[in-house]
Each structure stands twice: as C-alpha cells, then as structure tokens.
Design a protein around this ligand. Structure first.
Ligand code: HEC
Length: 350
C-alpha cells in the first residue's frame, strides 16, 4: 500500500547524494578505466608497459645510442660548455657548472683501512697515555718540520700532562715578548699560554727547507684529511717501493696513501726512534698509533666531554620519554574512555 512513509523513503533514496564510499569507488573506477576495467587489468597493463620500456631502453642504449656515436656529441657538448664557461669568466660571471676531469684511484690516494681505535667505541674516551706518548713522538720527530700553532701548553694540562710538567715543557723554549719599558722586544722562557714552537719563521722558509713542499700545520690535520687518524697512521707507515712503471721525481717519496702517490715528506717513523718513558714497546706501528691518537685529540679536544654529554643526554631523554608516555596516557584517559551517544533530533523522527 502506498503510504506516506513509504513515499518518503523512496524519494529520499532516489535523491540522496552519493555516500563518500560510493563517490570514492566511482573515482577509482574512472582512474582505473584508462588502463583496464579493474585492478587486475590495470596491474597487467603497467607490468607490460614496464617490461616493454625496459626492453626498448636496453635496445636503444646498446644498438642506437652507442658509445661510438655518443662520443662526438659529448665532446661537442663539453667543448661548448667549456667555451661558455670561459666566455662568462671573461665577463666575471661564474657558471653553476664546472668542467669535469678524469681521475684515477692513484690521484686520490689509496683508501686507508679502518683501524680499531679505542676512542671510536661509543662509550670510550681517548687513550690518554697514548696521547702523552704521541705528544712525545710529535715533539721529538714531527716538530722538526711541522708546527702546531693552535695547540698551547695549557691545552696539555689535565689531558696528557700535569700543570707543572706542562710548565716545564713550555720553559724549554724561548719566546719573543715585549716591548719592555725601553720599547725593546726581549726573549723569555715559554709559559703555559704559549703555542707549540714553530720550526720555521714563515711558510717560505718552510718551503725552502723542504724542496718546495709546505709541511702543513698539524693542529687540525685529522679534521683536514679524509680518513682522519686512519689516514695519518696509514700514511706514516705506508712508504714502500714504487710499483713497476711508476717514476717518482727526485726528492719525492712513493706512498700509495698520499693523493698522487708521491709525497715530499720522507718516512719519519722507524722502530725505536723515540724512547718511551713508560716502557711501552717503541716499534714503528706503536709510535705511529700514538702520534695519530695525539693528532686526533688535537683536532677534537672536546671529544671526551662530548661523549659524556651525549650519554647523559640519552639517559635523561630516556627518562623524559617514559614520563611523557605516562603523562600522555594520563591526559588522554578521559577522552579515550568517554562514551559518545547520538540523540536523534525532532526532525529525524518524521
Ligand atoms: C723532514 C721534515 C718532516 C718531518 C720530520 C715530518 N714531516 Fe710530515 N710533512 C713534511 C712535508 C714537507 C710535508 C708536505 C708533503 C707534500 O705536500 O708532498 C708533510 C706532510 C705531512 C702530512 C700531510 C699529508 C697530506 O695529506 O697532505 C701529515 C699528516 C704529516 N706530514 C704528518 C707528519 C707526522 C705525524 C710526522 C711525525 C711523525 C711528520 N709528518 C714528520 C715534512 C716532514
């Protein structure tokens, strides 16, 4: 029987806007429709397209755009880029691209192996006895050619030496100071605030004494080289005869770890060149290890403190994380446990 209620339901059903789910299905179908009637057909379409373009790409790269055919094109492009760069440079404009150069592994140096340094472990400090021995190696061997102008005697206090030891070390050298009340410069024994003495008065003198090569300042050398202490250790012990066919210029020495292979520094570390006061065996690898540790400390003097702060931060954050999980549950508890009831209004009851 045609009742008023049945009429209302029927018209409502006919004119009701599509639900969200219906709308979504419709748009999915429309999107799929372009590639196939359903999901399966669309997936098959994509699989065929991928396989087809892979085979086509392989064919084109192997038989059409061959290296031989490409070479003149890349050469022409590279030449015009270089010309453009040069022209732009004439007008003082710097181009955002640089010209690539071919390189070989020898140009970049042999990659040093990774050694198991104690201080690489996340919870370990530097081996301070090793820093102390390394300083002795630096002082007795390396300081003949290398300066360390950013390391002062005061930096050694509490790290490798006591205050009185550091004062004694500083007083071994004379430093220029002044002017005094007559306006003259004078010499005085070193103090804790003085830097390590430089072997040469300036870079030119250093180059003149080393066949034109400049022995770099070692204060930050670990930071300044790829491989850091691994590199320094490998470099110090890496000297060997050049392989057949490699000619090393007079005054240079073959070392595969040095970029280019020929270094102006002669081998400096040999067995027993330094006598350790603590009785540690003084073979070449021990000396190299100690001086590398010392140079690493010089580059990262904050290392021990940083690790300690890191561990503290982790411990405190772990505690705070636990607290905040508890706090969140506490704050959200009444939202999570409340009951929402829908109470129909008057209109819906028609
Ligand atoms: C006889 C002088 C002399 C002594 C001693 C010496 N060096 Fe050198 N060192 C040089 C010269 C010169 C260079 C620059 C080499 C070059 O550029 O070809 C150099 C370069 C270096 C480099 C940089 C290499 C690079 O990648 O650029 C390091 C690191 C180094 N020396 C460490 C040491 C250590 C550590 C000692 C002590 C065990 C030491 N040197 C002893 C002369 C010396």
């Amino acid at each position: 029987m045609f009742t008023r209620a049945a009429y209302t339901t029927a018209t409502r059903a006919a004119f009701r806007a599509p639900t969200f789910a219906q709308a979504r299905n419709a748009s999915t179908q429309a999107a799929n429709g372009a590639f196939g009637a359903d999901r399966k057909a669309a997936a098959a379409w994509f699989a065929k397209a991928a396989a087809g373009s892979a085979i086509l790409g392989y064919g084109i790269s192997n038989y059409v755009v061959t290296d031989d055919r490409l070479a003149p094109v890349t050469k022409a492009v590279a030449e015009s880029m270089t010309a453009l760069q040069k022209k732009a440079a004439e007008y003082g404009i710097e181009m955002p691209f640089t010209v690539a150069h071919a390189f070989s592994t020898a140009d970049h140096g042999l990659h040093p192996p990774h050694y198991p340094w104690d201080h690489f472990k996340p919870w370990k400090t530097y081996d301070h006895a090793s820093i102390r021995r390394g300083f002795q190696v630096y002082k007795e061997v390396c300081s003949a050619c290398h300066s360390m102008e950013y390391i002062h005697y005061r930096n050694l206090v509490g790290v490798s030496h006591t205050e009185s030891e550091a004062k004694e070390l500083a007083a071994e050298y004379e430093y220029e100071d002044g002017p005094n009340d007559k306006g003259e410069m004078f010499m005085r024994p070193g103090k804790l605030t003085d830097p390590m003495p430089s072997p040469y008065p300036n870079e030119e003198a250093a180059r003149a004494a080393n066949g034109g090569a400049y022995p770099p300042d070692l204060s930050c050398i670990a930071r300044a080289r790829h491989g850091e202490e691994d590199y320094i250790f490998a470099l110090l012990l890496g000297y060997c005869d050049p392989p057949a066919g490699v000619n090393v210029r007079e005054g240079l020495h073959y070392n595969p770890y040095f970029p280019g292979g020929a270094i102006a520094m002669a081998r400096a570390i040999y067995d027993e060149v330094v006598e350790y006061e603590d009785g540690t065996p003084n073979n070449a690898s021990q000396l190299a290890k100690d001086v590398s540790t010392f140079l690493s400390w010089a580059s990262y003097p904050e290392h021990d403190e940083r690790k300690k702060m890191g561990l503290k931060t982790l411990a405190i954050s772990a505690m705070l994380l636990g607290l905040s999980v508890w706090w969140k549950r506490f704050k959200w508890s009444y939202i999570k446990t409340r009951k929402i009831v829908y109470k129909p209004g008057k209109f819906d009851e028609v």
